[in-house]
Design a protein around this ligand. Structure first.
Ligand SMILES: NC(=O)c1ccc[n+]([C@@H]2O[C@H](COP(=O)([O-])OP(=O)(O)OC[C@H]3O[C@@H](n4cnc5c(N)ncnc54)[C@H](OP(=O)(O)O)[C@@H]3O)[C@@H](O)[C@H]2O)c1
Length: 279
């Protein structure tokens, strides 16, 4: 179903930088009414200043891992807009390194932000969305939520969980006419890697991959088009779309190459030894 974003009431998480800031600008240009949230008040104010002045824009500082902060976001949407049409779960964190070198804390923190916070914010917003105009939930997942890639176990697990929940909700919420869009991008040119909560592996490598990624403005434009067109999922860039297609048809080929990549690049980082081989 086609969707008109002019005057749509949008709650956007992770709006204080990167993809979120680009989404805020793109949505404002479409004439949407915005509730922008993140933990950094200063960066949220900067983003709000950079969006079109003709649009209604509010900011609210919130840590999405706190239930009270999520509730206050929902109350603010009701107070300022009288309801909600679009919820975009964009806030996210990452970590990098072999699973064996990571910790329970990294796993829990990643799941807390990327999955539990997004899932509970959806639950909190349902009463508003069900009364919204052509409502939609947009979950910014990742290509890593459709195929496991090495040295990002926690991140992949959290994004797989979010993609799984999204598919279930797409069916359940169809009862109420609420759409669910899954966004599964490859690398985007943001500072995501600089905010990693842990990085126990070749630090420079991730930065280089992000630097070669899709510009955030281009990614935001693709996501907005998908919202307008009522798509169920958007995957970009093309090489990631192709990788996921090959993975779906011939998963063992991707298994082979990812295992080969690990043996070549990460064997030296492993501290596991077969009995009798420890140096
Ligand atoms: N960059 C990529 O290559 C890439 C690829 C695929 C998917 N993605 C996904 O795209 C989304 C945006 O990432 P990005 O690249 O724009 O990275 P980013 O610049 O690091 O942005 C992450 C955003 O999440 C917010 N955030 C983190 N923890 C939070 C918390 N506890 N409570 C509230 N907000 C929190 C941050 O705001 P504060 O610091 O102000 O709290 C920030 O606005 C993420 O979900 C990411 O997984 C990124």
């Amino acid at each position: 179903m086609k969707r008109e974003l002019r005057n749509a009431r949008v709650l956007l998480t992770g709006a204080s930088g990167g993809l979120g800031a680009a989404l805020a600008r793109e949505l404002a240009a479409k004439g949407a009414r915005l509730m922008l949230t993140g933990r950094s008040a200063e960066r949220l104010r900067e983003v709000a200043r950079s969006v079109e002045t003709s649009t209604e824009t509010h900011i609210l500082v919130a840590d999405l891992t706190h239930a009270a902060d999520r509730k206050s976001l929902v109350h603010s949407c009701f107070d300022k807009f009288g309801g909600l049409d679009v919820l975009i779960n964009n806030a996210g964190i990452g970590a990098r390194g072999l699973f064996e070198n990571s910790s329970p804390d990294v796993l829990r923190k990643t799941m807390e932000v990327n999955f539990f916070a997004a899932a509970e914010l959806i639950r909190d917003c349902l009463d508003l969305l069900v009364n919204g105009e052509n409502p939609i939930i947009v979950n910014i997942c990742s290509a890593s939520g459709r195929r496991g890639f090495p040295v990002r176990s926690e991140y992949c697990a959290s994004k797989f969980a979010l993609a799984g929940l999204s598919e279930v909700l797409r069916a359940e919420l169809a009862i109420h006419g609420i759409d669910v869009l899954i966004v599964s991008p490859g690398h985007i040119r943001t500072e995501f890697h600089k905010h990693f909560i842990a990085n126990t592996t070749q630090a420079g490598r991730t930065g280089r991959m992000h630097a070669r990624g899709v510009p955030p403005e281009q990614a935001a434009a693709k996501i907005i088009r998908a919202i307008e067109k009522g798509k169920h999922e958007v995957v970009f860039p093309f090489k990631i779309w192709l990788t996921l297609l090959v993975n779906r048809l011939f998963p063992r080929i991707v298994d082979y190459f990812t295992a080969r990549h690990c043996k070549r690049h990460y064997a030296a980082e492993s501290n596991l030894h077969k009995q009798g081989t420890a140096g």
